[in-house]
Design a protein around this ligand. Structure first.
Ligand SMILES: C[S@@+](CC[C@H](N)C(=O)[O-])C[C@H]1O[C@@H](n2cnc3c(N)ncnc32)[C@H](O)[C@@H]1O
Length: 352
């Protein structure tokens, strides 16, 4: 019997014709993204939080917008579910945009969207070139240093990036705080900790734990300010280091979130070996990323994140849970398990 799964499948069910709707919706999805990204760039959601619901003319006056497309812009955001409009024609935030897109709120995820707007949107316009050449399409292509060097040369851009990482990683940190047996360990070090958002979530949920944030030296002031702001300055401290050149810090658990995907396979393996060497016997490594499903069919976000690594880095790529487990075992970890965290994210845990 031939294997029917590998035979050409009929394109349609008998009696039905495919429509182009899904294709066109996907093809024009950038209209929606850019409308939202411009609203975040303009601070629209923050304005509506501070001023309360406003008519279009008042929004235009406060944000310096030309009247021509003002109502189209605001009503498009209503149609996309990003704003509400009351019977008097005043625009206001939805519960979700009030919570996640107002700059002063702790749940703000707009930092990542500000970066997506300023960097990724133009750089993704060169995706076809990246696919043809295998080369990054960000400032590296324009002869400048890469993402970290560029961000780290500008304190405001650095702070924005580190805060943005907290917005992106907080839901994973919450899931990790529940899913990992923290009660069996006394200390944790977050390797490439950014602002310290992930560490803070874990420490808050497990008051017996102490934490180290490990990152490049320029991150120290941002980390220490954040730790003070969280009231956790006595339980989380910063250790400066370059994970390519320096030893990793000593702790019973090491976390690497959004780290391995930035680098090529050789660097990924080196970092895993270094983590293994730094841990005490019985210590654990927790790796999290938007890990691709093993069959590489479902986790579109993870696959697109990997394309983003093409755009942003010389050799980075995302990977499946099985890939990660295999590399961890090669590095000497035992009892490696992969577990879903939330949304498109998963963690791989291995024991030294
Ligand atoms: C994509 S961010 C991930 C931040 C955080 N782990 C998270 O998931 O939210 C990568 C982090 O690695 C840090 N990093 C980059 N190169 C590094 C190096 N050579 N040594 C130590 N940290 C580095 C960056 O400063 C940044 O904070």
């Amino acid at each position: 019997m031939p294997d029917t799964a590998i035979l050409p499948q009929p394109a349609t069910m008998p009696g039905t014709e495919p429509t182009p709707d899904a294709i066109l919706q996907l093809g024009f999805a950038f209209w929606q993204s850019k409308t939202l990204l411009s609203a975040v760039e303009l601070g629209l959601f923050t304005l509506l939080d501070e001023a309360g619901p406003l008519p279009a003319a008042a929004v235009g006056a406060r944000l310096g917008l030309h009247p021509r497309a003002l109502s189209d812009f605001l009503d498009a955001l209503v149609a996309l579910g990003m704003l509400g409009r009351d019977a008097a024609g005043r625009y206001g935030n939805t519960p979700a945009t009030a919570r996640y897109l107002v700059r002063s709120r702790p749940g703000y995820v707009g930092g990542m969207l500000e970066m997506a707007n300023a960097r990724l949107y133009p750089y993704w316009g060169r995706l076809t070139d990246g696919l043809r050449t295998g080369l990054p399409q960000n400032e590296i292509r324009d002869g400048q240093p890469g993402i970290f060097e560029t961000l780290y040369a500008d304190p405001a851009a650095l702070e924005g990036f580190l805060q943005a990482m907290t917005g992106l990683s907080r839901p994973n940190a919450r899931a990790m705080a529940e899913a990992f047996p923290w009660g069996e360990h006394a200390s944790v070090a977050d390797i490439g900790c950014a602002q310290g958002g992930c560490l803070a979530e874990i420490l808050r949920a497990h008051p017996h734990l102490r934490g180290i944030g490990y990152d490049l030296p320029q991150v120290r002031p941002v980390f220490e300010d954040f730790a003070r702001g969280q009231g956790l300055q006595d339980r989380m401290r910063f250790t400066a280091g370059d994970f390519f050149a320096d030893p990793l810090p000593q702790a019973e658990v090491l976390v690497m979130g959004h780290i391995l995907h930035d680098w090529d396979l050789e660097a990924k393996r080196m970092l895993l070996r270094k983590a293994h060497a730094a841990l005490p016997p019985g210590g654990a490594l927790v790796v999290y990323d938007a890990m691709i499903d093993d069959d590489r069919r479902e986790n579109a976000f993870g696959l697109l994140m990997s394309l983003n690594m093409l755009v942003e880095t010389p050799g980075g790529f995302d990977y499946t849970g099985s890939d990660c487990a295999g590399w961890m075992e090669e590095a000497g970890f035992r009892a490696v398990r992969v577990r879903h965290l939330q949304g498109p994210y998963a963690m791989a845990v291995g024991i030294r």
